[in-house]
Design a protein around this ligand. Structure first.
Ligand SMILES: C[S@@+](CC[C@H](N)C(=O)[O-])C[C@H]1O[C@@H](n2cnc3c(N)ncnc32)[C@H](O)[C@@H]1O
Length: 439
């Protein structure tokens, strides 16, 4: 599909339709396109644009089903974006608090901002027919459409989770809470929660995480008390387990591999401020800038390098590491509830390619680990090929690797801890801890 320029003049719904087009037709991430659009709106409108465009990602199969039943034939070429505008209209009518009057009227008007004034009649007719035919009240008897997921992912979850698949799918399509990690090197839990109370910020404490706070209302993170002073970082509860499972110690050399934007790097430093050396490595220079910004704000000192994990000769100084965190590039299927566009950006054949890349990096990093050293393998995936099956195969191919169980229930056939989305309010994540034998 042809690139579509950003509408010349700002308009809430036209800009939303542009974001949806960019994600679905151009394969761009929501973060990237929202950033462009949000430069020209105020905070309230930006929140609306984000809620609506990500909402469409969550409900896309049902919205498309309705669209197909209302539109005689698909729109093509530069008219395609009008389909996305109609999807947005259908989403507002069904899943938002926008009045029906505004959902139809304003969506029709937005067509002009997308250079398609001639199609206003069509947008109006489709949305009015939807209301007239009461499609919202006619149940759709199709589990895949109702799941909000692409067919390949629906099936992959079915195969992996059997009787629990429905629960995993529904949590995958739910809204994620915002977790904060208190930076205990700059404040204390007591002082931080006192400051939140004073600012009347609604939150709960996590039963499982001593350093975590879970916000119960959406907040502007940068306006929370202590943000500028580095008193906290935004980090999901599952991601907060990485430093806990890695167990960094004083005087050790630590590699945080695939580190950007540095969420786990910061927590490693907070867990063991007196390590000898922490290296945050990532292949992506742009994302590494965010590591620098985050470390500066949190007041942590680490070494930051750009490099391909599978090619250590370009970045490694030759001294082995005591501990390595490999937060491997993955399908991110465990964080779809947080980034609903991922389900449409990933394709089923990505999974085999990712599993091969993960294995290549794992094999390479194993050579950089001291005898007796620990490697924590992590992904934010819920698919066994990237997780249990990956580690099971690695253990069987690598004679000097042994499993250091995180859970008592782990076996060589079922290594590691698979967290599913929503478990104790956490994202979907996988961890396996491996130790290198001494001889
Ligand atoms: C899941 S994210 C890491 C999140 C990070 N650990 C955190 O906690 O904030 C995966 C990262 O892997 C990086 N990456 C992908 N392939 C890589 C490679 N071959 N070498 C190094 N980094 C890579 C990506 O740039 C991305 O930043």
């Amino acid at each position: 599909m042809k690139p579509l320029p950003l509408p010349k003049q700002k308009n809430l719904r036209a800009d939303c339709a542009w974001v949806i087009y960019q994600i679905l037709e151009q394969g761009k991430s929501s973060r990237e396109c929202l950033e462009r659009v949000q430069r020209r709106h105020n905070a309230k409108d930006n929140a609306w644009i984000q809620e609506m465009s990500l909402g469409v990602m969550r409900r896309l199969p049902l919205l498309q089903y309705w669209l197909r039943s209302l539109l005689d034939r698909p729109l093509k070429g530069n008219k395609k974006v009008i389909e996305h505008l109609i999807l947005l209209g259908l989403y507002q009518l069904n899943f938002s608090r926008v009045s029906n009057h505004a959902a139809v009227g304003e969506t029709v008007a937005a067509a002009s901002y997308l250079n398609a004034a001639a199609l206003k009649g069509l947008v109006n007719a489709v949305l009015r027919n939807f209301q007239r035919e009461n499609l919202a009240d006619k149940p759709v008897d199709d589990a895949i459409i109702n799941s909000g997921l692409p067919k390949w992912l629906f099936k992959a979850i079915e195969n992996a989770y059997g009787a629990d698949a429905e629960q995993v799918r529904s949590e995958t399509n739910a809204m994620a809470p915002i977790w904060l990690r208190v930076n205990k090197l700059q404040t204390s839990m007591e002082a931080f929660t006192k400051a939140l109370d004073k600012a009347e910020v609604a939150y709960t404490l996590s039963e499982s995480h001593a350093d975590a706070v879970i916000l119960t209302k959406r907040e502007d993170i940068t306006a929370l008390p202590g943000f500028d002073k580095g008193h906290f970082a935004v980090q999901d509860g599952a991601a907060q387990l990485a430093a806990h499972y890695l167990k960094p110690q004083a005087n050790e050399r630590i590699l945080d591999c695939c580190a950007a934007p540095g969420g786990k790097t910061g927590h490693i430093v907070e867990s063991a401020p007196d390590t000898e050396y922490v290296l945050a490595l990532d292949a992506d220079a742009t994302r590494l800038k965010r590591v620098e910004e985050n470390m500066t704000r949190l007041k942590h000192i680490v070494d930051i390098k750009q490099g391909d994990a599978a090619n250590p000769e370009t970045w490694w100084d030759g001294i082995p590491f005591d501990r390595i965190l490999l937060d491997a590039p993955c399908s991110a299927t465990g964080v779809i509830r947080r980034h609903p566009d991922i389900r449409w950006l990933r394709k089923s054949n990505d999974i085999d390619n990712l599993a091969q890349l993960q294995r290549r990096i794992l094999d390479t990093l194993w050579g950089l680990l001291k005898p007796g050293g620990t490697l924590l393998y992590a992904t934010c995936s819920i698919l066994p090929k990237e997780n249990m099956a990956q580690i099971q195969q690695f253990l069987s191919d690598t004679p000097d690797a042994t499993l250091s169980p995180i859970l008592k229930t782990e076996t060589l056939d079922k290594p590691g801890r698979q967290i599913t989305p929503g478990e104790q309010q956490m994202d979907g994540f996988y961890y396996a801890r491996l130790v290198k034998s001494l001889d």
